[in-house]
Write a protein that binds this ligand. Structure first.
Ligand SMILES: Cc1cc2nc3c(=O)[nH]c(=O)nc-3n(C[C@H](O)[C@H](O)[C@H](O)COP(=O)(O)OP(=O)(O)OC[C@H]3O[C@@H](n4cnc5c(N)ncnc54)[C@H](O)[C@@H]3O)c2cc1C
Length: 508
């Protein structure tokens, strides 16, 4: 096996797919548009300080976790700076309504149930059944468990494709607990009535079992993956966006980058948003129905991100993400109420750990979900050239977020050395993602046939990878990378090596 695989996009999916292929004898060339590789793992420097563009909250890196197994297989696990969140609080959620109440969610299935049952004793039986259901659903997902999928029809239970909010409501009656159990919603772009229960189950089980944070940002994971590729004779090239995909006879012939270079491979893998891919390919490369379908699948919402740099020794470091909720009943509506005068009605904030973390935080990141509609009027602008109105709008949003943070952490404004923000436009332009979508295509249990995209395309030698296919995030994208790489290497080849104890899986 010495196939040459050209990968468009050096983000999480491109790098994991490339590293898995390189480890198995393929010659890999990764083409990345940005100066720095990594996509969601990419970090950038501002005034000598390191900031993460995206990925903060991790799952699956604990011993026995799926990410741990994949990274061990690639020989990079011991190079990673992974910091488990606190055992007694993987997350803290503060509700402001009726006097602030903070819930501190402990790690582990039993402790999760016991803690919440203690607070909502009348819900104890429902809670236990709900958590059992989450784990049963997560166990039904072969890929999540690094098992080779069963061939043919898979008969999932009736709850697998139920809307996540309905699943919760089926087991729990207290409206506060219903809201609380959905606090991870921003981590998967959830939409009431649409997001399937299996996504909710997978993310919850992933974090309850072992959530963690990168020490010093996620860039070092991207760099380690690139080294796996380079060590085996491959290349990871930056600052060279693919601008054209030349096709003939239903195959890719070559890709051309903005520097005018041409790359010819045996197989091509796209890690970019599928609608961007459409625009790069020759007209007529894909059938009209396929193009329309890719354009029509709704995307998950975007975010407004506030970065704060603290004066040294002023703000204590907190070893877990925190969530703010204005009041109960809004957790499914964060991205819809951005026009409310009291926006933001909810957000996630955390003090990302430094490489060596002391008792004080150097930085804070605040993520507020936001629809692209908010910035649509500036859609044709580019980074640093968006005009004074846009800058004023950003500053207005920053002040609204700061007002909420002041409630939670009185005096925090005085600790800030400087601050800056990113909008859905920034996210769009950094990642090249449609409308700055956080997690790509929205999985919709009302129309699974529309939202589930296959890795194979209408071009025989072009495969897809990344968050738009199957699953998103730090866990989902590497799992999708396995599927893409196995389409080249052969079914089951990787899963058998990564998880040798796995067995053929029948219905659970
Ligand atoms: C603000 C934010 C916060 C997030 N937080 C978390 C989190 O805490 N935990 C979590 O698990 N997930 C998080 N995510 C989601 C996670 O980052 C994504 O699911 C993941 O990065 C998707 O991987 P990908 O490979 O599909 O895309 P990306 O990682 O975005 O990679 C795509 C790559 O393609 C490149 N590219 C685009 N166009 C071209 C072109 N024409 N030529 C060459 N290269 C091109 C891009 O520059 C990029 O590097 C967050 C996302 C955002 C935006």
């Amino acid at each position: 096996m010495n196939k040459h695989v050209v990968i468009i996009g050096g983000g999480v999916g491109g790098l994991f797919t490339g590293a898995l292929l390189a480890r198995n004898g393929c010659r890999v060339t990764v083409l990345e548009k940005n100066r720095i590789i990594g996509g969601g793992l990419q970090c950038f420097m501002r005034r000598g300080e390191l900031y993460e563009t995206g990925m903060h909250i991790l799952g699956g890196f604990q011993e026995g976790g799926c990410l741990n197994k994949i990274c061990r297989y690639l020989g990079i696990m011991d190079l990673l700076n992974i910091r488990p969140t606190d055992d007694d609080a993987i997350d803290a959620i503060t509700y402001w309504e009726g006097g602030p109440t903070t819930y501190r969610i402990p790690r582990g299935r039993q402790r999760f149930v016991s803690y919440l049952s203690g607070l909502f004793p009348e819900e104890a039986i429902g809670l236990r059944r709900y958590v059992d259901t989450l784990y049963r659903i997560a166990d039904e997902i072969d890929l999540f468990n690094l098992r080779r999928p069963v061939e043919g029809f898979v008969d999932h239970g009736p709850e697998f494709l139920m809307p996540a909010d309905q699943l919760i409501a089926q087991y729990v009656t207290d409206f506060r607990l219903r809201d609380l159990l959905a606090y991870m919603n921003p981590m998967y772009g959830g939409v009431a009535g649409h997001t399937p229960a299996y996504i909710h189950a997978m993310i919850n089980v992933l974090y309850i079992e072992g959530s963690s944070l990168f020490g010093g940002g996620g860039q070092h994971l991207a760099d380690a993956l690139a080294e796996v590729i380079r060590d085996r004779g491959g290349e990871v090239l930056t600052s060279d966006a693919v601008v054209h995909i030349a096709t003939a006879d239903r195959q890719v012939q070559k890709v051309i980058t903005c520097s005018g270079r041409e790359y010819v491979g045996d197989i091509y893998v796209s890690d970019i948003h599928p609608t961007t891919l459409l625009r790069l390919a020759d007209e007529g490369a894909f059938p009209r129905a396929y193009r329309m379908r890719l354009e029509e699948i709704p995307n998950t919402y975007s975010a407004f991100v506030l970065y704060l740099k603290f004066r040294p020794g002023t703000v204590p470091y907190v070893n877990h993400p925190c969530y703010y909720q204005e009041r109960y009943g809004l957790v499914w509506q964060h991205a819809e109420n951005y026009e409310a005068p009291d926006w933001p009605l909810g957000f996630m904030y955390l003090t990302p750990p430094d490489k060596k973390q002391g008792p004080y935080a150097s930085r804070m990141t605040v993520n507020c979900l936001m629809s692209f509609d908010e910035v649509r009027q500036w859609t044709d602008t580019t980074v640093t050239h968006r005009g004074p109105e846009y800058e004023a709008w950003k500053e207005w949003n920053v002040q609204r977020i700061m007002a909420k943070l002041e409630r939670l952490l009185p005096g925090i404004s005085d600790c800030v050395e400087y601050r800056f923000a990113a909008s859905p436009l920034t996210i769009r332009d950094y990642y090249g993602s449609k409308e700055g979508t956080l997690y790509g295509y929205r999985q919709d249990c009302e129309n699974m046939a529309l939202s589930q995209l296959h890795i194979a395309t209408k071009l025989r030698n072009l495969l897809l990878t990344g968050q738009n296919i199957y699953l998103h995030g730090i866990c989902g994208v590497p799992l999708t990378a396995i599927v893409t790489a196995e389409a080249i290497l052969g079914p089951g080849v990787l899963l058998e090596q990564i998880n040798p104890t796995h067995h053929e899986h029948g219905k659970v």
